[in-house]
Ligand binder design. Sequence first.
Ligand code: GAF
Length: 376
Amino acid sequence: MAIPAAGLTERTGSAPGRVNLIGEHTDYNGGFALPLAIPARATARVRSRDDGVIVAASTAPGAEPARFAVDSAPGEVTGWAAYVAGVFWALRDAGHDVPGADVTIDSTVPTGAGLSSSHALEVAVAVTLNDLHGLGLDRTTLALLVQRAENQYVGAPTGTMDQMASLYGQEGHVILFDATSMTAQPVPCDLPAAGLSLVVVDTRVHHEHTGGGYGARRATCEEAAALLGVETLREVQGDAVDDVLGKLDDDVMVRRVRHVLTENARVLDTVALLRAGRADEIGPLLTASHASMRDDYDITVAEVDLAVEVALDAGALGARMTGGGFGGSVIALAPADAADRVGDAVRSAFDRHGHASPSVFTVRPAAGAGIEENNQ
Ligand code: GAF
């Protein structure tokens, strides 16, 4: 990243939200995921201060401005500003003596929709501070620092997929993320050329990963890995799934591990099809991923299951919940001329079932985080 010009004390950077095409709850198991950066982004304007204070403001409705010390400890700042405070904390804890700042956030990533709005905010702040202070940190290091902010400061035990997608996203590509080697490989995914649309249905059932469900899934997987005598479930990925499951007694644990192992395989199958120019054939893998999240990982909710079912009935080639679950968004891969029909069908089904009206839009793979060109 660029070293700042001497005396320049203000920067603006931005970072996208993400949709995960496939590969859910695999990242903290050392596995594979296939996210894409989306056009919706968080923008962070950072102006240095010399009084050791951070003043954070956001244009989001209801987000109160916050004022706190640059060296605030985890727990001292709560609410939306904890995401800002957490990034400063993680950088300083890693030995980067970043000063206080006025930080203004403006984001178009819907919150609580499973599209990684909090990671977009954190990554936007991290890339901006990195550039403003000439820290020279590479993107993977920034992803790991943002994970520390999220885990230790905010208190959500999340993995690294969202940050990697936001940092490494590329237009026209999905990103094959390998959480063991921490590599992010772009895989071409030109949906319009394939005559396809990726429809997102934000069910408006909001989720929080600081709640117990996400952490409980993670703990069960870690327990299973310990019982199997491995560091992460990735180490048994090459073994026959039934052989691995046969070594576990607990039915819930068996189902959780089956999801992770079969999901990793589905990611790699999806990548093979995309690389072979067969994007129109990945639908069944997406739908199988959803069934696995619903039946084995138990992380879907009624609205999400309904959206998937109705999207498929309306002509989607495949559909699944995207993100950590317990609400959030569904993605449906549809022939471009069926995208409107899919959206309309889901809206009317939600209406019939008395659910709040969903927000429906299409996304395409967009660029990753960066510094705005109009910085002086
Ligand atoms: C959330 C987490 F932040 C990610 O790390 C990942 O685990 C995802 O849920 C599930 O795949 O978005």
